[in-house]
Design a protein around this ligand. Structure first.
Ligand code: HEC
Length: 189
């Protein structure tokens, strides 16, 4: 092969690789965008993003700490425990990130890609398994109310994968959400 033909083969190879790489980048970008869309329309921000309030008292996701879960160190306001027994009230705090009900007290998780306090060390497989099995990271303790995993877990692998891709693309927020305080099951259960 002449030098000239070799060079043009090399040139074509470079052109094709660059095209293939940008097609992949585009596919990734499209996936992240789909994940962002799916999270907006399926209400994840309602419980996973702390809130700021409009003058009318309407809560909106706080753009500075999107999806970072219940703010660490934020104590719950006082409440009367007799209100949250079965048949009475389920309470939620002003950020919609802490929930009190017959099961105990739960706090929404930090979904940002922070390695110590969020999903930074999770894989897509762990994420999908958690939402399908209702177990923490797919293996651990049961994921408690009001996390609607039985519904969310019915999304397709592609949709859950897109949500995971989006979560890995957002700014990491270091926020260690408290462990839940679960009530003991009633006798005989
Ligand atoms: C009604 C409130 C609510 C909504 C809506 C909600 N979550 Fe949650 N989520 C929670 C709470 C509370 C927890 C923590 C439960 C616990 O500690 O057992 C949680 C936990 C999680 C976890 C951690 C699971 C684990 O393995 O520990 C993931 C992942 C998650 N949610 C993803 C999502 C996604 C994605 C959406 C939207 C498609 C969503 N959540 C919508 C309340 C909610």
């Amino acid at each position: 092969m002449s030098i000239c033909r070799r060079l043009s083969a090399l040139f074509l190879l470079v052109v094709f690789s660059v095209a293939a790489m940008s097609a992949l980048a585009l596919a990734d970008d499209a996936m992240v965008k789909r994940g962002e869309y799916l999270m907006k329309v399926s209400g994840c921000h309602d419980c996973h993003s702390p809130k700021v309030y409009t003058p009318q008292g309407v809560p909106m996701p706080d753009p500075k700490r999107l999806l970072s879960g219940h703010p660490a160190g934020l104590a719950l306001p006082e409440y009367d425990k007799s209100w949250t027994t079965p048949g009475k009230w389920v309470l939620l705090n002003e950020h919609f990130t802490a929930f009190v009900g017959p099961w105990g007290v739960t706090y929404s998780a930090n979904l940002t890609p922070d390695k110590d306090t969020g999903t930074g060390l999770w894989t897509e497989a762990i994420f999908i398994k958690a939402l399908r099995s209702g177990k923490h990271m797919g293996e651990g303790r049961p994921i408690m109310p009001p996390m609607p995993w039985p519904m969310i877990g019915q999304m397709t692998d592609e949709d859950l994968g897109a949500i995971f891709a989006y979560l890995q693309s957002i700014p990491a927020v270091s926020n260690k959400v408290p462990e839940p305080q679960l009530n003991p099951p009633p006798p005989g259960h």
